[in-house]
Design a protein around this ligand. Sequence first.
Ligand code: NAD
Ligand code: ZN
Length: 382
Amino acid sequence: MSTAGQVIRCKAAVAWEAGKPLSIEEVEVAPPQKQEVRIKILFTSLCHTDVYYWECKGYTPLFPRILGHEASGIVESVGEGVTDLQPGDHVLPIFTGECKKCRHCLSEETNNMCDLLRINCDRGVMLADGKTRFSINGKPIYHFVGTSTFSQYTVVHEGQVAKINPTAPLDKVCPISCGICTGFGATVNVAKPRKGQTVAIFGLGAVGLAAAEGARVCGASRIIAVDLNPRRFEEAKKFGITEFVNPKDYNKPVQEVIVEMTGGGVDRSVECTGSVQAMISAFECVHDGWGVCVLVGVPKIDDAFKTHPLNLLSERTLKGAFYGNYKPVSDIPNFVNKYMNKELGIDMDKFITHSLPFADINKAFDYMLQGIGLRCLIHLDA
Ligand code: NAD
Ligand code: ZN
């Protein structure tokens, strides 16, 4: 029986207040409006960005809210004007979009800074009418980055939906919708190490280890991993990392340690921590003359990056990367195909270290806060 055009009642994990455990509630999910798609979410995983907006330290509080942006699912129905997607399509919702019409989408200079659908963490409503598609007894529940995947059904703008190969395993490809592409693309598309070069990775969560996989695939000769949490080093051993550095083990700045280890600095560095101190270290540890540093982590709202301008004048390059520089709708289907054809060299099983039924979603937050494991896959149907 088709549910198209009807309100769907289903379970969602609602964040009522900053930092308080999510509660599983029955919510009403309205049908998709113009240019929107309603998706049955099968799997979702937790990324650190969800945790920042749940803790809301320094960010604009917007509650009650349904968080979640790393996920996979199947289209249930489509709204008016949607022609590229239909019910039954296997999809990844993506936290940032591609309208294919704006100056960013049409530019050859940038890849994913769409004017219309660029990530907006402060907006909790849909663009079509400024309203939410979620409610509980008529009371609106806000969206998060246009995806809100901690719900068995969600409504997403069509420009934030990547239609993927229907034979791709939806559990394994789930982290491609954020962490994997973000890290892997930051190295492969932006830092672009050459074969034999040295690469430092700051932060060994799923994003950082995906960046490390990118360095391995590019043929880096040394991959130096930096993290404050020694527990993360164990997990990281499976990822081709050649050396581990814990800044806490030294009484001088970690950039100095890395410059000494490498006789002048690494050729490339990728920062995946969200700590501004690590961002500065990642930049200052690249070699003068040619070193490139790429920032990926989401900083605190009042952070400022401080370095001496001479560090730039001596021909180091500082860049930032958003979603690995991939275009969400145009590039991700192909990324999934390459993964399926084993052309990427990424083993997704190494990233999915835990899995939980939906009812236990709060445990995934505990794992992330304690730095236990990498991605925790949440089964929405279980
Ligand atoms: P995570 O918490 O799993 O991993 C972060 C790691 O950084 C942890 O192991 C932590 O111990 C380490 N760390 C923290 N401060 C450090 C420091 N000063 N020096 C060295 N290591 C330090 O998080 P994740 O899910 O892998 O995400 C990593 C970052 O990427 C987060 O900031 C997240 O918000 C950001 N992110 C950015 C994008 C983007 O498109 N730019 C997309 C997704 C996630
Ligand atoms: Zn994310």
